[in-house]
Design a binder for this molecule. Structure first.
Ligand SMILES: NC(=O)c1ccc[n+]([C@@H]2O[C@H](COP(=O)([O-])OP(=O)(O)OC[C@H]3O[C@@H](n4cnc5c(N)ncnc54)[C@H](OP(=O)(O)O)[C@@H]3O)[C@@H](O)[C@H]2O)c1
Length: 293
């Protein structure tokens, strides 16, 4: 089964960005629960440098990983940036040192976050920003998206996507303008709505299907931590067949499931990063994919 090893963000725009179809998510570089300075800063900088050394040019971050921790680490490790580096951040929530989550999606909040990301990432324009929706927000989704499009028109953002959306929000967003990508929970073991920390995680398979219909790249998160489908060991069977790890087969499944998927596995460890990119070398057959289901 042949898989495409590249993906284009903004394919239908004047400034398409073609990158390797494998990225890296920085959230695990912070201390516990996406907050605080890394336990091992040297290792964190090594992981970031290894992304570029291995031809990875898509890095996912957020100013609320930190606060600003991952943005500062990225700048420290990689600035001045390679021309083809696609830094992707997200706005919509904010956190405090109490690690609690707040809506930060009013137009003026979004502007503040974009300015903060531009400053900490040392960028004049952010290549890709996801508006990360938080269900229950008093700010109408359309009002937030309008401001995001405005920020894009002002040149602060090149490509705009959405994150944590259900069918309803994605449909609204598509009616408002060009959506370059979607960043949602999706993976072998997570394709239907589930609960995480008392919050409903929605928009899995049904959002993936809309992305396929509209040829929109999908940047899936939590593909490893929730990898095991309940009562299943099919991944283990295929891992044994290829004499490799279950993690690698989970990532290979994403790469084979659809060419629109751009995996961004998160890790704080160089050893794990080096293992994860080996997924690009696994060629699953059609029978393997049918068996995995
Ligand atoms: N848009 C959103 O709302 C949203 C939400 C969550 C995450 N994200 C983004 O998506 C990225 C991925 O999500 P995630 O990091 O939360 O979860 P993930 O990629 O599903 O899993 C990361 C976990 O797997 C472990 N791991 C990674 N590689 C491994 C390996 N080879 N062997 C064993 N364990 C391994 C990591 O631990 P070690 O550190 O020990 O390797 C970590 O505990 C994040 O980093 C973040 O950038 C976005």
């Amino acid at each position: 089964m042949s898989i495409s090893k590249t993906i284009t963000i903004g394919a239908n725009t004047d400034e398409p960005l073609t990158i390797k179809r494998f990225g890296y998510g920085t959230m695990r570089l912070t201390a516990e629960h996406g907050w605080g300075e890394p336990k091992d800063k040297d290792e964190a900088l090594k992981v970031l440098k290894a992304t570029i050394e291995n031809g990875i040019s898509f890095i996912d971050t957020a100013d609320f990983y930190g606060e600003d921790v991952t943005n500062r680490l990225i700048a420290e490790a990689l600035y001045p940036y390679a021309d083809d580096l696609l830094l992707c951040t997200k706005v919509g929530p904010a956190r405090t040192s109490l690690r609690d989550w707040h809506f930060f999606d009013k137009p003026e909040n979004l502007r503040t976050s974009i300015e903060k990301n531009l400053a900490t990432l040392k960028l004049e324009r952010i290549p890709l920003v996801h508006f990360r929706y938080m269900p229950g927000s008093p700010t109408p989704f359309e009002a937030s998206m309008e401001e995001m499009f405005k920020l894009q028109q002002e040149g602060k953002i090149l490509h705009l996507g959405v994150s944590c959306v259900g069918v309803q929000e994605l449909t609204k967003a598509l009616n408002m303008g060009n959506i370059a990508s979607v960043e949602n929970a999706f993976g072998y073991g997570q394709r239907t709505t589930f609960q995480m920390h008392g919050v409903e995680v929605r928009g899995l398979q049904e959002v993936m299907d809309i992305c396929i219909d509209n040829k929109i790249p999908m940047v899936p998160y939590w593909s490893l931590q929730n990898a095991k489908a309940e009562g299943e060991d099919k991944i283990a069977v295929i891992a044994k067949k290829y004499n490799t790890s279950e993690t690698i087969i989970n990532l290979a499944w994403l790469l084979h499931y659809n060419d629109l998927i751009l995996p961004i596995p998160g890790t704080s460890k160089l050893k794990h990063f080096e293992e994860n990119i080996k997924a690009l070398d696994v060629n699953l057959t059609q029978e393997d994919m049918q068996f995995l289901g």
